[in-house]
Design a protein around this ligand. Structure first.
Ligand code: NAP
Length: 483
């Protein structure tokens, strides 16, 4: 099958924080891959902006090293590295001062697509937004990209939205949640809304429950100080897990266009039931003989911050009445896996021997470490021996059928940056969505903070605290295996 990479329009992409961790690990290696696949036009330009006095050549060298370290380029790609680096520029700028702004303003070509990536802490968003305006480079067509975390509660998210909307219209603001850029997340929408087969079954009549799991092996690493003020609820649930939940649960939008999709997602968030205290379990990993505890990693011996959270919730509408949604995420768990599992109901009546019909159909959407989609179905075990049934996963990833398309699959950051250049906001969070998500999570977090809730301990390398197992076992269900 012939690859169909469609080049985007020429652009100037300005990356504030262009020397930072995110820019070096994700943004620039991602852009390089898009360059190699032919999507970045020759007259497009990337301008890194940070305080260090690097000069263009110094910046190009920094990014050459970053691509070697984080981009895992092939020999074919390496042969194109020089041409890619030639499209990189750099401005030494102090976001809070005046230095560098005149140079940046002179450099930006306003007749092209202009995108400003705010790859800096949220404390600098307001300064960038107002200076872009002061220096006359925030045209009505310009786009801005902002990173998570988008606030730490409803109030701070509202104030960030107010800061950005003072200078930019909502249709210029791209709030990134890189989970939405994953291929399988979009495939989930294609499967739901591009086939007749699933949508009639996508409701409380046929679905028993839904599980969303984001399990990590890593701990808080070097991010201890930041993470300790945040915790799993703010860092993972409020954004990534809730976004995934929205895509599963939303009504079919009238069109696959940004506001139609985001309107439906917003309705889901607004329909989420208030979570009962006994339907939430917070956990914190404990030390083992060889591994440090969360408190060691966070360098806070009295920390009550959660590195794990499991929640049972419901969506209060006709489609999902009575269907539990179980969400869990945690650090230092047994395996790295992200999965959405749609578990269908048991057969109403089996015509086969009792022992063979126990298993339910499960549609499993894996986001990490490998992206893929399987549907567990029951078939007859081949061969003689009567009607013996087995359960096998039907691979819906179709890697073979897609041939070289599957190799071209961009990673989440690459796709999302190209969407910014194309002006497509479908996979970005709208301001009202973010606020509604905080409105749902705030009471849960506030209740913990008000009563100094002590998280349940779990072992490094386990699947989480015992109470999280009880949360689902009480309902006669089991968590999916973390493998
Ligand atoms: P970082 O490594 O600390 O980088 C910050 C960047 O901002 C550096 O390039 C720094 O360069 C620049 N900077 C800081 N103050 C500045 C100023 N006053 N004027 C001009 N430039 C300034 O941070 P990061 O990890 O890349 O994260 C950036 C943003 O992405 C944060 O909002 C973070 O929460 C978010 N994020 C990061 C990750 C990740 O994996 N790293 C993942 C998700 C979200 P100079 O100090 O030289 O100026």
């Amino acid at each position: 099958m012939v690859s169909r990479v469609i080049p985007v329009d020429p652009f100037d992409l300005i990356i504030f924080g262009g020397t930072g961790d995110l820019a070096r690990r994700k943004i620039l290696p991602g852009l390089f891959r898009r360059f190699c696949s032919g999507q970045m036009p020759p007259n497009a330009r990337i301008i890194g902006a940070a305080r260090a006095n690097l000069g263009q050549a110094g910046y190009q060298e920094m990014i050459r090293a970053a691509i070697a370290e984080f981009g895992a380029p092939t020999d074919v790609e390496n042969a194109q590295l020089g041409a890619f680096l030639a499209q990189l520029n750099y401005v030494a700028i102090d976001i809070r001062g005046d230095g560098g702004w005149a140079e940046l303003a002179a450099m930006v070509r306003k007749n092209l697509v202009n995108a400003y990536y705010f790859s800096v802490g949220p404390g600098l968003f307001g300064d960038i937004a107002s200076r872009l305006n002061t220096w006359g480079i925030a045209t009505p067509e310009a786009r801005i990209v902002v990173e998570k975390p988008f606030g730490r509660d409803l109030e701070s998210a509202k104030s960030l939205n107010a800061i950005l909307s003072a200078q930019f219209d909502e249709n210029q603001i791209y709030r990134i949640d890189h989970y939405l850029g994953k291929e399988t997340v979009q495939n989930l929408m294609a499967v739901r809304f591009g086939n007749l087969l699933f949508e009639p079954l996508w409701n409380a009549q046929y679905i028993d429950h839904i599980q969303i799991t984001v399990a990590e092996i890593v701990g808080v690493g070097g991010r201890g100080a930041y993470y300790d003020k945040s915790g799993a609820m703010r860092d993972m649930v409020q954004n990534h897990l809730m976004q995934l939940l929205c895509l599963i649960a939303m009504e079919p939008p009238s069109h696959f266009d940004p506001d139609a999709v985001r309107d439906e997602k917003l309705k889901v968030i607004r329909s989420l039931a208030k979570v009962e205290p006994h339907h939430v379990v917070r956990g914190q990993y404990d030390a083992t003989a060889t591994m440090p505890s969360y408190r060691d990693d966070a360098e806070n011996p009295r920390s009550f911050t959660e590195s794990y959270v499991a929640i049972k919730t419901h969506i209060e509408n006709w489609r999902w009445a009575g269907v539990p949604f179980y969400l869990r995420t945690g650090k230092k768990l047994k395996a790295r896996t992200s999965e959405i599992a749609i578990v269908f109901k048991k057969l109403p009546h089996s015509i086969f021997e009792k022992s063979s019909d126990e298993k339910q159909n499960v549609l499993s959407i894996q986001l990490q470490p490998n992206e893929g989609m399987t549907l567990d179905v029951t078939i007859k075990e081949p061969g003689p021996g009567g009607m013996r049934l087995i359960h096998v996963p039907l691979d819906m990833t179709f890697a073979d059928a897609l041939g070289e398309h599957s190799e071209d699959t961009p990673d989440a950051y690459e796709r999302l940056i190209m969407d910014v250049i194309r002006g497509d906001q479908t996979l970005f969070m709208r301001g009202d969505e973010v606020e509604a998500a905080w409105k749902w999570t705030d009471p849960i977090i506030n209740a913990w903070e008000n009563r100094n809730d002590v998280p349940k301990i779990y072992d490094v390398g386990s699947v989480g605290p015992e109470d999280a197992m009880a949360l689902i076992h009480r309902d006669g269900r089991r968590w999916r295996e973390v493998k």
